[in-house]
Write a protein that binds this ligand. Structure first.
Ligand SMILES: [Zn+2]
Length: 287
């Protein structure tokens, strides 16, 4: 699939290509996927509240998504594949393999805009119409191709010519990492364990915090692991992309980072944390 995705490399921004890659690796944090990773969140599509949210629904079937494809000039590319492709990965693979680089690039950017629109609604309660999404994707694609991409023109004989590569080497964007401290607390003699987390920006300014009480007295590492899982779940749902998580427990960090399977009671929790981290490439752990 990596090779296939190269088809869209020069005809869409890296962020759009990166999104396709995440979709194809089953790493997009849709609500269905988060619930499969034991994150407690709503299951319904945030945009239409009709069906569970997963990629095919969101990017193809959800209200207006088809119109966005149409505005982007891709309806004839999509329609015959609605029957032949069983899932979003097959759709992406087929389009990247059989259609032009230009079409693959447009599809990548359209999916990026649709996913961004979904995120804006979840995080900020703002959204644009499907038509606006299609127009925005088209406008972004034209801007990108004008400045960065491989410009495709047609000569008098009707043959396509690739005439320019400009500024292909893009500088990666600089992200500032958020910091999250996680901690477990043991509530005196009661049969309960507290877990807490606190996010700060890269200047050390407070952003948000949360805590939870778990009935039952966990040991220190289990408590820290529960707090870590809750903090990572919260960060994913809030759309944080670059976070450094800090725990007092070196044993916990080592257990998550290690490939070895442990045998303790908290091994399933460690596996769960690892699977959540597989959804987000830029979450890092420190003790
Ligand atoms: Zn929907």
């Amino acid at each position: 699939m990596t090779h296939t995705l190269e088809y869209s490399a020069n005809v869409s921004p890296p962020k759009a290509k990166h999104l396709l890659s995440r979709i194809c690796k089953d790493c997009l944090p849709t609500r269905t996927r988060l619930r499969n990773h034991f994150v407690q969140c709503q299951e319904e599509c945030p945009l239409c509240s009709q069906v569970p949210e997963e990629e095919w629904h969101l990017l193809v079937e959800c209200e207006g998504s088809r119109e966005a494809w149409s505005v982007m000039g891709l309806e004839q590319i999509l329609t015959p594949r609605l029957q032949s492709c069983n899932n979003i990965q097959e759709l992406i693979f087929d389009i990247c393999c059989r259609e032009s680089k230009e079409v693959a690039g447009k599809m990548a950017l359209l999916m990026w805009v649709l996913w961004q629109n979904r995120n804006n609604f979840v995080w900020h309660e703002t959204r644009i119409s499907a038509r606006q999404a299609g127009l925005q994707a088209m406008s972004m694609w034209e801007d990108w191709i004008q400045v960065n991409g491989q410009v495709v023109t047609t000569n008098k004989a009707g043959q396509q010519q690739h005439v320019a590569h400009v500024n292909e080497q893009q500088q990666p964007p600089r992200y500032s990492y958020l910091k999250c401290n996680v901690d477990a607390s043991f509530l005196g003699t009661t049969n309960a364990t507290g877990s807490g987390w606190c996010f700060r920006d890269n200047q050390g300014r407070f952003l948000l915090a949360g805590s939870n009480v778990i009935l039952g007295r966990l040991n220190t590492i289990e408590g820290e692991a529960v707090a870590m899982k809750e903090a990572i779940s919260e960060a994913i749902q809030r759309g944080f992309t670059h976070v450094i998580f800090e725990s007092d427990s070196q044993i916990l960090i080592d257990a998550i980072s290690s490939r070895q399977q442990g045998y303790s009671t908290f091994s399933p929790l460690i596996s769960n944390i690892r699977s959540l981290l597989s959804l987000v490439p830029n979450f890092e752990l420190f003790d």
